[in-house]
Structures are given as C-alpha cells and as structure tokens.
Design a protein. Sequence first.
Lengths: 285, 326
Amino acid sequence: MNIASDSSLWRRLKQRLARALLYIALIVISVIWLLPLISVIFTSLKPEGEIYATTAWMLPRAPTLANFVDAWQTVIGNFINTVLITVPSSLFSVAIGSLGAYAIARLRLPASQLIYLLIVASITIPFASIIPSLVRLLDNIGLINTIPGIILVHTAHGQVIVVFLLARFFATIHEDILDAARVDGCSILGIYWRIVLPLSGAALAATFILQFTWIWNDYFKALVIVPQKTNAPITVGMTLLAGQYAGKWHIRSAAAIIATLPTVAIFLGFQRFFIRGVTVGAVKG
Amino acid sequence: MEKKGYFQAMQDWHTVLHSAVCRIKRDTYIWHLSSSTSILVGYLLMLPTVALVALFWWYPLLEVLYASFFNWDGLSPLQHFVGLANYRTLLFEDPYFWNAVKNTLIWSAMYVTIPVVIGLVAALMLNARIGGENIFKGILYLPSAISFAVVAFIWGWMYHPAGGLINQMLRALNLGVLAQPWLASNTFVLPAINIASSWVHVGFALVVFLAGLRSIPDELIEAATIDGASQWQTIRHILIPLLRPAFTVVLGWTLMLSVNVFDQINILTKGGPGRASEVLSIYLYVKTFLEHQAGMASAVGIIMFLLAAAGGILYVRQMISQEVTA
C-alpha cells in the first residue's frame, strides 16, 4: 500500500469519525431537550398511584386518559376565556396594525419615519415597568378585571410587532401594481382594500398566527389585568390549580398539555400560510 | 410556493423579525402626497395604531415616571409629592431592592451565557449541512411554542425533589448525593429556573446564529481551508467575527428579556425561598399589589426601563442599520 492512498484513507476515516461524533452530540442534545416533554406526557397518562412509584421517564404501566377528563372539567372555563381573549385580540391587532403599516410603508407623510421608530422602539419598554399606571388607567375606564380590558391591552401592545412585520411586507409589493391601480383611479383606501390586502393574505395570516400564539401563551398581562378565576385565561388558571391539586402532578400535567396543544396545532395547521407570508418578505426587501 | 418545513418557517420568521431592516426605504412610497385631503387620510389610517401605542405604552411609561416622585398607594389620586425620596429609599435604605438588582444581574449574566453558548454551538454543528438538520432544529426550537406558564409547570415537575426526573436520574446513576430540593435551595434556585428558561431560549439563539452563518459566503471558508486553517481556526477567526450582527441581535434581545423575566419565577417560587430568586419584576409586582406602594414601584419600573433600554438600544440599532440577510 502506498503512502498517498494511505493518507487519503486516513483522512476519509477522520471525516467519517467527525461526522459520527457530530451526530452523536446532536442526538444527545435532542434527547435531553425532549426529556422534560416526555416526562410530562408520561406523567399525564399515569394513574395517581404510579406517579411517585415509577420514575418520570418510565412508560405508564396502566395508561389512562382519566387525568385529561379531570383536567378538562377543571380548566374548561379558563380555556374558554383564553379563546375569548385570544381570537379578538389577534384579529383586532392585525386589522388595526395593517392600516398603520400601510400608511407608514406606502404613503409619504411628514414625520411618519419618526412615528414608525417610536412604535418599534416601544419594544424596549418592560411590561412590568408600566404596571402601576396601566392598572390605574384601566381602573379609570372601568376595564380592569374584564376581558375587554385585556383584549384592549393585547391589541395595543400587539401593534409594535404587527406594524413592524407588515410594514416590511407591504414595502415589498411591487410599485408597478400600485401605480397601475392609482392611474386607474383607485383611492388610497381603495388600493389598501383591493390591492394591498389581497396580495398580503399570507403575510396577514402569518402575523395573525404569531399574535395568536403570543397572546395565547401570555401569563403576566393576564395576571395583572384579569387575575380572578372567573375571567382568567388558562395560563393563569393552571397556576390556580396548584393549590386545589397540590401533589396531583398527573392531573396538572394533563392540564398543561391541554393548554399547550392549541398553539402547536394552529402552527402546524396554518404552516402553509405562515411560510408563504414570512418567506416573501424575507427574500425580497 | 415551494414546500418548506414548519421549523424552516420559524427560522425564516426569526430572520425577518430579528435581522430585518427596520427603516422603510424612501423609494417604496407610492405617493408624494400633495393634497391636504390625502395627507389627512394617511394620518387617519395611522391614528388607531398610534393612539393605542401612545395610550398603552408611552402614556403609562410617562405617568410611571411622574408617579415615581410621589408617595402613592396606586388607588388614590397622586397628591403627596416627595421628589426623589422613592429613589433615595430604594438606593440607600432598602436592602431588598439591591437584592432584587443583584438577582436580576445574576439572571442576566446566566441568560446571556447558557442559552447563547448552547445555541451557538448547536448552530455551528448544524451549519455542517448534515441530514436531519430540520429535525434537530425543530426539537431545539419546539419549547419556544410553549407558554412560560406551562414551561414553569414542566420544570417544576422536573425539579420535584421526589417525583422529578432530575433527582430520579441522579439516584438511578448512583449519584443520589447530588440530589437537591432544587427550587427550595438558596444556592440552586436561580440557576435552576434559568436552565428551565434556557431550555426555551436556545431555539431563538440557534435560529438567529444559523441564519447568520448561512449568510456568510462559502468562498471565505473555502479560502481559509485552502490556506490551511484548521476547523477551529476557521470558527474562531472567520465565523465568529462575521457573526457580529447576529451576536448583537441575540445579546440585545436576550438582555431585554432578562430584565423582563417574571412568569417562570413567579409561578415556581414567587421569588423564594426567602428572597433568593426575587428579581426586579417580582419586587415591583409585590410592591404594587401586595404592599400598595405604587410610587416606590414606579421608581423600580423606571430603573427597569433604563436597564432594558441598555439591551434594547443595541437591538433596535442593529435592526435599523442592518440589511436583510435572508
């Protein structure tokens, strides 16, 4: 065997080895990442007697869905609240934000750049730091402890991200299309309604889904604005279970899964829209 | 439209959000609005957005600044002006405030290292264009779709002294001596909750770093390899320096988030044991709702805003200056 082939063999072996090590490392990380989820899923399927008797990574011996029935009956009210809060909040924030984004991206208005910057920069304000004033404000307008109150706050706070994403997207719509419409006599609102919105279906859906997920998953705002069990969303409702179901980790695990499934499902269901809206904006620009 | 995986979409989304151009280019305007009617229509379109942001972000922030100079219970009108007394009390008389500052800084220090380092390493590994990339990326990104309220629950169970997976594993590996009541320990409570949060945050760091790596031209790396640079030298002297914009975005965003941290800590420990995990947001929440010292809480809020703005300026400046990478 000559030296040249020997060294190339050695190099190939080294490459193979490096690749194998890379895979092993990634698989180890992935398993570690999945363990918390596996532990909760297994726990949610175990009858009460098993949760301390078996280890958290062991499959249930007698799997049961009874925990999900129990959890569902307990959290259904809060689950409905979450839907009542999330759906209108995400709809309103996208509808209102799309108007603002259109004006910012497509109409030359004095100071519109400054306004845009001020809106986007609001992302740096910690929610905690405005709490004392926000509570007072909502109290003054009679919306503290009400679902309309939290819808209003989510809609307002959602503007920052909705305007940011949609203004970016609207700016990518080709000028010729808009010019043609303008020459044909379309008004400012007509162009928004007949050209910009229809062309942006996917971006609007993507932004909506994003808002939906964030609002669905919100805990802090709800805790401040609607902390009582009657109108709290499921994220807050789950923590209220802690007292009632102390130690009943199997039922609380089931509640946690119920609280999480919808966001995962909606992401997967709307995947197509989501991708289209996001990539069009990302590729151009 | 080509079909892409869900997690590809997530990455694309993050690319748009975190590395996109903030400023809209002038030449995208369709009208040089001349008539005053059309200018009016333009402002009317903007009005609801601006009114909402002004009423629920800017106004409360300004009012909190104003209220921080008052002795205020949060309910009655602002009457007892006390000047800088709230700040003085916080800075010079209240050890619990400094405890909260210390815990927030410890939290930030951990949050800008643990998930960022893991995310960077994972991105460098996935950048090798290996099969199954989307599956690995998906698994690491998956926790980002879960509410922190649920994440807190999941990790509360992981850390459970008896039934939790971590102590059970330690015992199974004959390392039972290392088992801890993690969340009830003064030493371990903050790192433990930080690891739970990092479990979520790694996905974000990963996708931003990966997008950054993918925007580096292959020729640069090839040239380095031809010049005899080792893999490590390529990473150290070419990839990492070129990832600067990605680092700015990740670190800026992470700093902002770390000042905001509330959900996980409030659910898992409410700042306990004692005050071992009490960060500024928890301190503010307690001051507002339990101690009814909203004036003092407002001063805390302003200090939090200044801390978050430090990270935020990095982040927003990067967004404004940078061209689209995807």
